[in-house]
Design a protein around this ligand. Structure first.
Ligand code: AFP
Length: 342
């Protein structure tokens, strides 16, 4: 049972527990602690807007489109603005990137800059907003390369292994915050009466085996052979080579599917296929942060062929195939891809 402490106390105690030899700031320097707390506060604000739904007039289309060519929901725009406004004045960031904006969002000159780069999907699962299904916010933190004062795309194009922190919020029956800074995964539950995130799970571990897979089955005709092979074996259950029955889930909110996997294991797949030639999910602010969390919880994350966090990004909004979750299942799927290459 995790100690019921606030996010602020958790971050302070993490810093004290891990004084790093190269500086007295410890594993969580003050500016990184500030960044995490600011993002968490923004997620509380987004959670409040989400929970009001129609009462606050935040449902439905915004009447605008984003860089992905998708129609924006009102909450997409609101969540993006909440995160931008919360993070631009604190002096901890050098710049931001959002799924909802084409280019790098600079810190206004009237505010000081910091050493971190923040990337986020302000509202993941937008297609679920109007039908009251869990959605969330995903964020990733990188260091700004030394000597860069006006970060451009190139400053952000770092592989996932360079992340210093990552997290996601799930706006579900409870609002949850999942966080890693490279020393395991902690989960916090929003105490609405106190208005603070309280630690409810620490050092989360994903079971290495699972009998539950998550994939959008409507794409079956487009799948590559290794994916088809794996899913067919799951569907054959105990009548086939796996010798046990499998269950399926698909929430269409990556944050909700991945929170389930962190809690009870499973494998999440949105692979490249004939329709999504480069994949559907975005590398920089969906796949990388969640892969960081999954790996820190003892799971694995590949694009079917290579570790997602080792992919060298070439564009801010590039997409990637994703296979992540319980280690032994991800390794099996990745092995099937390798066998198909022979
Ligand atoms: P939206 O934010 O556009 O709803 O996309 C959500 C998402 O990026 C991810 O959270 C889901 O796992 C996946 O897309 C759902 O994709 P399908 O709608 O094709 O099932």
């Amino acid at each position: 049972m995790a100690r019921r402490i606030s996010l602020s106390r958790y971050l302070i105690e993490e810093q004290r527990a891990r004084p790093s030899p190269d500086n007295d700031a410890g594993a969580i320097p003050a500016d990184l602690r500030l960044l995490i707390e600011v993002v968490a506060r923004a997620c509380k604000n987004i959670s409040n807007a989400v929970s009001k739904g129609a009462l606050a007039g935040v449902l439905g289309e915004a009447g605008s489109g984003n860089v992905q060519g998708e129609a924006q929901k009102k909450l997409d725009v609101i969540a993006n603005e909440v995160l931008l406004e919360a993070n631009e004045w604190g002096g901890h960031l050098a710049a931001m990137v959002s799924e909802e904006m084409e280019g790098v969002h600079p810190i206004p000159h009237r505010y000081p800059k910091g050493e971190y780069l923040l990337l986020f999907d302000p509202l993941d699962g937008s297609s679920n907003i109007d039908v009251n299904v869990s959605i969330g916010t995903i964020f990733s933190v990188l260091r700004c390369p030394d000597g860069i004062t006006e970060p451009d795309d190139l400053a952000f194009l770092q592989p996932g292994v360079k992340q210093v922190a990552a997290g996601f919020a799930v706006y579900g029956p409870a609002t949850m915050l999942v966080l890693t800074h490279g020393h395991g995964v902690a989960v916090f539950t929003l105490d609405r009466e106190m208005g603070s995130f309280v630690l409810t799970q620490d050092q989360v571990k994903i079971p290495e085996d699972t009998s539950e897979f998550a994939i959008n089955m409507s794409n079956m005709r487009n799948w590559d052979a290794p994916v088809r092979r794996y899913i067919d074996e799951c569907l054959a259950g105990k009548t086939g080579v796996r010798g046990r029955d499998f269950n399926m889930r698909w929430i269409a909110s990556m944050v909700a599917d991945c929170f389930r996997i962190l809690t009870r294991g499973g494998v999440f797949m949105y692979p490249q296929d004939a329709k999504h030639v480069k994949g559907r999910l975005r590398l920089m602010y969906e796949a990388n942060p969640i892969s960081f969390i999954v790996e820190q919880a003892g799971g694995a994350s590949t694009n079917g062929r290579q570790r997602i966090m080792e992919i060298q990004p070439e564009a801010l909004h590039q997409r990637v195939g994703v296979v992540l979750g319980s280690k032994n299942e991800v390794e099996r799927i990745t092995r099937y891809h390798a066998e198909a290459m022979k």
